[in-house]
Design a protein around this ligand. Structure first.
Ligand code: C5P
Length: 224
């Protein structure tokens, strides 16, 4: 059976990653979390005190940036590595969340990460989630989904996710971060967050997790 590329884009905290991961599992596809790559780049810039307005510093930081994914058999999940170090937890902290959209605005950063994403998806059989996957990374993707959900539902889901990792963050702080990221991501000049014309919109506010996964899996099966 032929394999396709599934692009899942949408606002922050809509459950794109967990949905994409499960869809990939059901189809036997590779899941690629493009947001994790922008988060890892952000952590690298923070660690190096890179001044974003200084192109030389940005280019130097990019030269020493190596992002990879490795499967953790115990957790049965894929984890993000920055220069051979496991940063899966660190990239999900508020410190990174509050800075990631500023880093993601930079053209040089996007060029480098999009090139790596396109390589990862070259042989198809991938589900990739992000903000510009259906518009820029894989404009030819066979299936494009654009996910949305109410802000308060998104914030509550994100709070629960962070709590499961042991941190309690104020709901208002999370809401503010989601709104800010959506604003910066949607209004930037380079590859703004946009629904591709041929994307199918799914509002997950009232959907059970399994139903949203099932919807996307059925859409994918129609394309196979
Ligand atoms: O998907 P996640 O919420 O982890 O993404 C974190 C941030 O990375 C987004 O708010 C956005 O600034 C950036 N991003 C992006 N393009 C992508 C994926 C993520 O600009 N394809």
């Amino acid at each position: 059976m032929g394999k396709i590329v599934i692009a899942i884009d949408g606002f922050s905290g809509c459950g794109k990653s967990s949905t994409a991961k499960e869809v990939a599992k059901k189809l036997g596809y590779t899941y690629i979390d493009s947001g994790a790559m922008y988060r890892a780049a952000t952590l690298h810039f923070l660690n190096n005190h890179t001044v974003l307005s200084n192109p030389k510093e940005v280019s130097k930081a990019l030269d020493s940036l190596k992002i990879s994914f490795h499967f953790n058999p115990e957790q049965q999940t894929q984890e993000t590595y920055l220069n051979e170090l496991n940063v899966e937890d660190e990239i999900r902290t508020m410190r990174v969340s509050e800075y990631v959209s500023e880093v993601s605005k930079l053209k040089e950063v996007r060029l480098a990460l999009v090139a790596q994403q396109q390589k990862l998806g070259k042989s198809k059989g991938v589900v990739m989630d992000g903000r510009d996957i259906g518009t820029v990374v894989f404009p030819e993707a066979e299936l494009k989904v654009f996910m949305t959900a109410d802000l308060s539902i998104r914030a509550a889901r994100r709070q629960k996710e962070i709590l499961e990792k042991g941190d309690l963050i104020d709901l208002e702080k999370i809401k503010h971060n989601l709104v800010e990221r959506d604003r910066i991501d949607s209004t930037r000049t380079e590859s703004p967050l946009l629904k591709a014309e041929d994307a199918i919109e799914i509002d997950t506010s009232l959907l059970e997790f399994d139903d949203q996964v099932e919807q996307i899996v059925s859409l994918a099966q129609e394309k196979l």
